[in-house]
Design a protein around this ligand. Structure first.
Ligand code: AR6
Length: 171
């Protein structure tokens, strides 16, 4: 499994799967979630609604998969990152963030997807400290053994995240 780092809008990528930093309602929101639904169109929301009707909300750390609608990617994996509140259950939040990456990779494998791109989950509206989130993302992906996934792309949107990823990936 090789890893890549890029600075880009994740909605533009031609890849098997892009990951969405969703919320538990799965019904869309701001940030990267808003961008994915806007660019991908109604089909993504329809799939999300069908999943909700079947299983209810998506819990923090878990992941579900839908069509990618009009996006150049083949599938969207929606995962729900933890909301970071200073001093409150930090260890649990760290584990939940790692679970987002693990469960998304597992879902990609289960669907025979060989390339996957992650945004910096929880580091926007959910306010997870960027350095800590980058460490967790990189460690979790590197520790994940997959016989089928060939490529994992870390997609940064802002300079601060990009600098942390660049530093930690080169360690
Ligand atoms: N491509 C790649 N990365 C992006 C893009 C993009 N087009 N747009 C933003 N980012 P956020 P969260 C980066 O807030 O913190 C939504 O309302 C952004 O710079 O999208 O997990 C959901 O519905 C940041 O580094 O997600 C939830 O309610 C990263 O994506 C809530 O926000 C994550 O920022 C989830 O919050």
């Amino acid at each position: 499994m090789k890893t890549e780092l890029i600075k880009a809008d994740i909605t533009t990528l031609e890849i098997d799967a892009i990951v969405n930093a969703a919320n538990s309602s799965l019904l869309g929101g701001g940030g990267v979630d808003g961008a994915i639904h806007r660019a991908g169109g109604q089909a993504i929301l329809e799939d999300c609604k069908a999943i909700r009707n079947k299983q209810g909300k998506c819990k923090t750390g878990e992941a579900v998969i839908t069509t990618a609608g009009h996006l150049p990617a083949n599938k969207v994996i929606h995962t729900v990152g933890p909301v970071y509140n200073k001093g409150s259950k930090i260890e649990e939040k760290k584990e939940q963030l790692a679970n987002c990456y693990k469960n998304s990779l597992k879902l990609a494998e289960d669907n025979s997807l060989t390339s996957i791109a992650f945004p910096n989950i929880s580091t926007g509206i959910y306010k997870f400290p960027k350095a800590l989130a980058a460490e967790i993302a990189i460690r979790t992906v590197k520790q994940y053994y997959s016989e089928t996934i060939e490529k994992v792309v870390f997609v940064c949107f802002d300079d601060e995240n990009y600098e942390y990823y660049k530093a930690f990936l080169n360690e």
